[in-house]
Design a protein around this ligand. Structure first.
Ligand SMILES: [Zn+2]
Length: 327
């Protein structure tokens, strides 16, 4: 198996989340005032990217620039520390100050799009921030009693302000199984209705409560294409910040080959041989476009596969390049 730490996009977060010490209110207050602290403003779930000397980087604000915002312990999210520098994210969607001069040459970019050119380390930090900001924006009120919640531990827990309730709400991660299904020299690719013409990927679906990873792989494949699978193995995982999924990549062997699709889930599924997968992957690697946001118009008949930003690309690549493991 490959080295997994930086293998998938968004899987290369190198910040120390300081899970134990962030519980201390005093420590957290000292980090907010730390002279090296970096603050990441998030605007409508997009991230600030500054272009300078032909290079694109994340634009952080420093403590002085933060005086433009009404920030408090309650609306900052602590992301972690690196090189004695604490990193925080905060939402500016309701602020009027995103046009300040420190945003010269800055565009607010969709995290998935920024990941096409940033380092995996930076992309992973943005993914973490996007998921946390989205979670925080949706958890201002207690789901049990409706009372306003208050942020603790650097934004990693919201606690209901109603003393008779005190419900604690933690950030959530939604597990999704994404699986390559193969039989001898062929694997299954499927197309959802929102995919561009000729764009195919591997199958995927949410894990349900009370379900193991293996059970979810078996169930999803059978529901979507009526194929029974065996020999399910884990490959790697990828946080996917839309809004906070964890893609759990698996590879499974098909017991039968007659595909019957569930038309509510996908519009097309087919067997494709290893050689065709390898040549289509090469083209997807060369492309700098996100195929889900650009609809190709001159590629009729050509198989289009996900780019390296997607774990699906790496599942297909691993299977196609290692026939000895899967025959
Ligand atoms: Zn409550």
């Amino acid at each position: 198996m490959p080295d997994l730490r930086n293998f998938n996009t968004f899987s290369g977060n190198t910040l120390d989340r300081a899970g134990n010490i962030r519980k201390s209110t005093e420590w957290m207050a000292s980090q907010i005032k730390h002279p090296k602290a970096k603050f990441l403003p998030i605007l409508n779930l997009t991230a600030p990217i500054q272009t300078k000397n032909n290079s694109k980087n994340i634009k952080y604000l420093n403590l002085n620039q933060m005086t433009n915002y009404k920030i408090s312990y309650n609306n900052l999210i602590f992301l972690g520390i690196k090189d004695e520098t604490p990193y925080f994210a905060f939402d500016i969607s309701k602020s009027k100050t995103e046009n300040e001069k420190f945003f010269d040459n800055v565009i607010f970019e969709e995290v998935r799009k920024a990941a096409m050119y940033l380092s995996n380390e930076d992309s992973s930090l943005l993914a973490h921030a996007r998921s946390m900001v989205d979670w925080k924006l949706n958890n201002n009120f207690c789901p049990k009693c409706g009372y306003k919640t208050k942020s603790h531990q650097g934004g990693h827990i919201e606690i209901c302000g109603n003393k008779d309730c005190n419900k604690e709400i933690f950030p959530r991660t939604d597990p999704v199984v994404i699986m390559l299904v193969y039989n001898k020299n062929n694997c299954v690719v499927g197309r959802q209705s929102n995919f561009p013409v000729n764009f195919f990927s591997v199958l995927a679906g949410f894990i349900e409560p009370g379900e193991s990873i293996e059970s979810a792989v078996y169930r999803e494949v059978f529901e979507e294409i009526a194929i029974k699978v065996k020999n399910i193995v884990y490959h790697s995982s990828q946080p996917w910040p839309y809004p906070s999924s964890l893609m759990i990549g698996c590879i499974a062997e098909a017991e039968n080959t007659n595909i019957v699709i569930d038309e509510e889930e996908i519009v097309e599924a087919k067997w494709v041989n290893r050689e065709l997968i390898l040549s289509a992957l090469k083209k997807s690697k060369a492309s700098k476009e996100d195929p889900l946001t650009k609809r190709p118009d001159n590629t009729l008949g050509e198989l289009l596969l996900p780019p390296p930003i997607a774990i699906a690309h790496h599942l297909l690549k691993y299977w196609a390049e290692n026939p000895r493991f899967f025959l």
